[in-house]
Design a protein. Structure first.
Length: 152
């Protein structure tokens, strides 16, 4: 098991908050929302989707609560990989660019989560395209399936 995936080993998954970002009108940027669509069926009280409510308005409250001891951000990213390639890491480096419809301050979220002594993980997929009103690519759909296989 990779060090990043060890995040889930021996952990009560109900104590993990999944924050899923994206915009359905922006093709591969819907990666996080596509994951949320399925993940919420498995963990209905632990998945927070940008489509349901503006996560930024309550992310701090959720991180601050005692209910969760781990935070997972799920979003399309740009890190120069092949489209659909998954990036699963707790290392928020400058080469990782969020490509959501509005910028997600990954570094700031990571720092706040760390300040609260909680664990952090980013699950991202390299987007193929971010053109408006296009359907998600096959690569992104496969990446969604791969993430769900990891989290079931």
């Amino acid at each position: 098991m990779s060090p990043s995936l060890s995040f889930f080993k021996n952990r009560d998954i109900s104590r993990i908050a999944f924050f899923c970002f994206g915009n359905r009108d922006r093709t591969d940027d819907s990666f996080g929302l596509l994951v949320a669509d399925e993940l919420v069926k498995i963990y209905p009280t632990s998945v927070f989707s940008e489509e349901v409510e503006d996560i930024s308005t309550f992310l701090i409250d959720i991180v601050d609560t005692e209910r969760y001891d781990g935070i997972v951000i799920i979003d399309a990213v740009d890190y120069g990989a092949q489209p659909g390639t998954l990036l699963i890491t707790s290392d928020i480096s400058s080469y990782i660019k969020s490509i959501s419809s509005h910028a997600i301050p990954l570094q700031e979220i990571f720092e706040f989560v760390s300040l609260k002594n909680k664990d952090f993980l980013l699950i991202g997929s390299q987007a193929k395209s971010v053109e408006f009103m296009k359907t998600p690519s096959e690569e992104i759909l496969k990446a969604v399936d791969n993430v769900l296989d990891l989290l079931k």
